[in-house]
Design a binder for this molecule. Structure first.
Ligand SMILES: NC(=O)C1=CN([C@@H]2O[C@H](COP(=O)(O)OP(=O)(O)OC[C@H]3O[C@@H](n4cnc5c(N)ncnc54)[C@H](O)[C@@H]3O)[C@@H](O)[C@H]2O)C=CC1
Ligand SMILES: O=C(O)C(=O)Cc1ccc(O)cc1
Length: 365
């Protein structure tokens, strides 16, 4: 178990990892450097870090783990500086959304390469900054690990256990496969969402009709367009080739969809939507492959204001912990429905049983 951990960058993700480590292992010393002094002051006053460092250098030399949690391109720039403070019992990791650049940088320093395991927690929101970090964000989230060719299996196993011990689900991938995979499910979708938002902005009239009527579905699929522009600038520069290839593939797929609609064969159009629906519906219910089950139910609300409190009270008084709760309006539930997510299958089963006992209509997905 590490005794001391250093963070370079303590924002949304770095702050969340640090807060989680502090919650689970309050005796681990945490030190941090961040270009934003106010961030370090906030973390000191929260008692999350024991020391705020004013540079990347010797202050990190007795850390067992060092986490690079700055924007992707800055993380890669720190590799050279860290090569000077290596010791045998040190593990260097990062949380960046792209892995090729940092792995290529690490390969220039064979001594450091033996100490590096790339990391990418698959969690987060569209917000940035330490103020949006939480001690629970990693809970049940996939945490991709990309070990180098030369890091020892023992170090990988130790870090895997550490990641699992802080509530996340480690998944080992080759760094190139990582960049293709997150390129497909995160980078391309964000590029598409932002393109769609810009398109609607340009199509809108002076009365802003489109903006006014933009409803649930549009907001759902474009939420990530509200993410931090600097972060996505970094991601697009760092994963440029992969994103370009995926955009080309997507353009071909969109052209294919256009043809299907243009040719006006109702069965083919229906088949297109059915195939997408079947795959999308499988996301929440399946234990297959790397897809983790999501323990969520949907429950009808009669009166939104008092309704949530009543349901929360029923669950809390039966010791059922809620991971997430909120009203959603979408095409399926236009009038609004309460979405409740749980940490575990048992809690979910118990909640369904209880709410039905109290005559709520519960939809299981
Ligand atoms: N936002 C998200 O949902 C996710 C982000 N990531 C990755 O996590 C990393 C950090 O992103 P966030 O925490 O979301 O951003 P953030 O903006 O909340 O945090 C970055 C922190 O690094 C500091 N910083 C900026 N430049 C720095 C530098 N040169 N040296 C030291 N500190 C510096 C900033 O002051 C800030 O506190 C990025 O590499 C990103 O790709 C990974 C998973 C999810
Ligand atoms: O906002 C969301 O839902 C995200 O998907 C956040 C996110 C952004 C970047 C990542 O590398 C991983 C997760």
């Amino acid at each position: 178990m590490p005794e001391k951990i250093g963070f370079i960058g303590l924002g949304h993700i770095g702050g969340s990892v640090a807060k989680t480590v502090h919650r689970i292992y309050p005796d681990i010393q945490i030190v941090a450097y961040d270009t934003c002094r106010a961030t370090l002051d906030a973390a000191l006053s929260d008692g999350i870090i024991t020391e705020a460092l004013d540079q990347v250098g010797k202050g990190f030399s007795d850390c067992n783990y060092i986490y690079l949690c700055a924007p992707v391109l800055d993380n890669a720039d720190y590799v050279r500086e860290l090569s000077g403070i290596l010791h045998d019992d040190m593990l260097l990791t990062d949380v960046g959304s792209v892995k090729t650049g940092i792995h290529e940088q690490i390969q220039k320093y064979p001594d450091l390469e033996r100490h590096f395991i790339g990391g990418h927690p698959m969690c987060g929101t569209e917000h940035v900054g330490y103020e949006y970090s939480t001690a629970y964000m990693l809970e049940n989230a996939y945490y991709i690990l990309t070990p180098t060719r030369t890091v020892s299996p023992k170090k990988v196993e130790e870090f895997e256990k550490f990641v699992a011990s802080i509530g996340a689900v480690p998944l080992i991938l080759d760094y190139k496969k990582h960049d293709f995979s997150v390129g497909s499910i995160s980078h391309l979708p964000t590029v598409i969402a932002s393109t769609l938002v810009n398109l609607v902005k340009n199509l809108d009239d002076s009365d802003e009709t489109l903006r006014t009527i933009a409803a649930g579905g549009f907001k759902d699929i474009t939420r990530v367009a509200s993410s931090d522009p600097t972060m996505w600038e970094n991601i697009c520069v760092a994963n440029r080739n992969q994103i370009l290839e995926l955009i080309d593939t997507y353009v071909k797929a969109l052209q294919q969809t256009r043809n299907t609609i243009a040719e006006s064969h109702p069965e083919e159009i229906k088949e297109f939507f059915s195939s997408a629906k079947e795959y999308r519906d499988s996301f929440n219910i399946s234990h297959r492959g790397p897809i983790r089950p999501v323990y969520q139910l949907f429950c009808d609300l009669i009166d939104e204001a008092g309704g949530i409190a009543t349901i929360a009270t029923i669950l809390a008084s039966n010791n059922i912990s809620i991971k997430n709760i909120g009203i959603i309006h979408n095409r399926e539930f236009q009038q609004g429905v309460l979405q409740v997510e749980f940490y575990e299958a048992d809690a979910y089963d118990h909640a369904v049983e209880l709410l039905r006992k109290y005559h709520y209509t519960v939809y299981e997905k």
